[in-house]
Write a protein that binds this ligand. Structure first.
Ligand code: HSE
Length: 323
């Protein structure tokens, strides 16, 4: 049996738990062993939840449990997620996360700590929600020299822009709807002002080009200034407005920008609506490869989180035979 823990039982943490229950049989078949949630850490009470007996408010219950080998960090934000992740890695547990802020800020350091402790730190869910993108760039497209990576990386702003265009909804109402559906960050400015896209772009740039670009050095413009008139004007010209994150390699330097772009309807990115995200990777042999899917929401993100858990679990099972 492979015991895992969930740290942070919000939208992503609880959907990841549900996935381990609903897809338990297929996970067992794919891993070659049972994967079970042993503990869940959250400071809130979940007295009516079926997993209530697994809940603890004490992080030490996980970090000091030698039977737990993988933890899902779904707290979000930098603190206490950074300290918890370090402690987990240093105690020999692999960590899987959807926390783009933490990966974009301390990812390099956390990867080094993971390596020193012979464990993994995986973050497929940190970019594009459920879209497979980190592993495809690192593995399936590894034979390419990359030129550019760009796309729609934030579900909330794409949802807002789509609702404004299709239903003529005012900005505030579309944002409220996105918040109710669990897409938005706790602080909506992270979505609206483009910070969330910057974090994901930083992770993508690092994954694609092996070059770390600090979020603070990304040229950033959000969607806060876009009016209904701008959207109508674009529509009349057969165009749509999308918030695009773009990382381009020129003369060995990576330049990253986040800004609304006016895109012709024939462009594949123009068809990416609602909470959907899309990432285009341009390589010298593949040409353009576009990855498309739900960029936010509990279930889609849990799909990516649990793919990392399955990857680590499979490696653990395979290495048992090698000992
Ligand atoms: N607030 C983020 C978004 C959540 O809307 O894309 C997923 O990272």
């Amino acid at each position: 049996m492979i015991n895992i823990a969930i740290i942070g039982f919000g939208v992503v943490g609880s959907a990841s738990y549900d996935l381990t229950i609903r897809n338990a049989g297929l996970i067992e078949k794919k891993v070659g062993d049972t994967v079970k949630v042993k503990k869940i850490v959250d400071i809130r009470d979940f007295d009516d939840h079926p997993a209530r007996e697994l809940l603890t408010k004490n992080f030490d219950d996980v970090v000091k449990d030698p039977e737990i080998s993988i933890a899902i960090e779904s707290i979000g934000g930098l603190r206490p997620a950074f300290d918890f992740t370090k402690a987990l890695l240093m105690s020999g547990k692999s960590v899987v996360t959807s926390n783009k802020e933490l990966v974009a800020t301390h990812g390099l350091e956390l990867l080094e700590i993971a390596e020193r402790n012979n464990v993994s730190y995986l973050f497929e869910a940190s970019v594009g929600g459920g879209i497979p993108i980190i592993r495809p760039i690192k593995q399936c497209l590894a034979a390419n020299e990359f030129e550019e990576v760009f796309g729609i990386l934030n579900g909330t702003t794409n949802y807002i822009l789509t609702k404004m265009r299709e239903e003529g909804l005012p900005f505030a109402e579309a944002l409220k709807d996105a918040q109710e559906k669990g897409y938005a960050e706790l602080n909506p400015a992270a979505d609206i002002d483009g910070y969330d896209t910057c974090r994901k772009l930083s992770i993508l740039s690092w994954t694609t080009f092996g070059k770390f670009v600090d979020v603070e050095n990304i040229d950033r413009k959000g969607i806060g200034d876009i009016t209904a008139e701008d959207i109508e004007k674009a529509k009349a010209a057969g165009r749509v407005i999308k918030l695009i994150g773009r990382a381009k390699l020129t003369d060995g330097e990576v330049r990253c920008t986040v800004a609304p772009e006016v895109i012709p309807l024939g462009d594949p990115l123009a068809m990416v609506d609602g909470v959907y995200n899309a990432v285009v990777v341009r390589g010298n042999f593949i040409g353009d490869a576009m990855f498309y899917g739900q960029g936010a929401g509990g279930e889609a993100t849990a799909s990516a989180v649990m793919s990392d858990v399955i990857e680590i679990s499979r490696n653990m099972v395979a290495s048992r035979g090698r000992v």
